[in-house]
Design a protein around this ligand. Structure first.
Ligand code: NAD
Length: 138
């Protein structure tokens, strides 16, 4: 049984990087994924690579645009099981300062997203999941 079978998951900043890796991982676990991104061309391309997914253009900083996107998802699927709000200010740390000797990859974060969106984490409320290869524990 796939871990996210038929769950409806909306992701922002999902055209590339961590957002796309998360969308792909959720899709691989059976979710219906709705990709959103400020970059419509890249978003449509990303969505085409995930059968049955859909792309909606959204600048996540634009508060007034959210209602339309969420209403459209609710109209179409009747519910939203998880919302992954991904874009922010990119942070790149020097690899030499990283305890595990490598930077985190998008799929490292994507696995956390799958866990949080799945029923496996249904008893977790408000806890933070730190996925940083021990960077913050130095
Ligand atoms: N990559 C890292 O090393 C790293 C480390 C720590 C934290 N993060 C955080 O993880 C998140 C994603 O990182 P990433 O490397 O995948 O980023 P990225 O630069 O690859 O961007 C991801 C996507 O977000 C989209 N985007 C940017 N601004 C947007 C907006 N206002 N509305 C909608 N979409 C928007 C971009 O078009 C892109 O498709 C960011 O919040 C970043 O700060 C990344």
């Amino acid at each position: 049984m796939k871990r996210l079978m038929n769950k409806v998951i909306v992701l922002t900043g999902a055209a590339s990087g961590i957002g796309f890796a998360s969308a792909r991982a959720c899709h691989g676990e059976g979710a219906i994924v709705v990709l959103t991104d400020i970059d419509a061309d890249a978003g449509k391309l990303a969505s085409r690579s995930l059968p049955s997914s859909e792309f909606i253009s959204l600048d996540s900083r634009n508060d007034s645009a959210w209602d339309g996107v969420l209403d459209s998802v609710l109209d179409r699927y009747g519910r939203i099981d998880a919302l992954v709000n991904n874009p922010g200010i990119g942070i790149r740390k020097g690899i030499e300062k990283h305890p595990l000797g490598r930077l985190g990859q998008p799929h490292d974060i994507a696995q956390g997203v799958v866990f949080l969106a799945s029923d496996e984490s249904s008893f977790m409320t408000g806890a933070e999941l730190v996925i940083d290869g021990a960077y913050s524990a130095r």
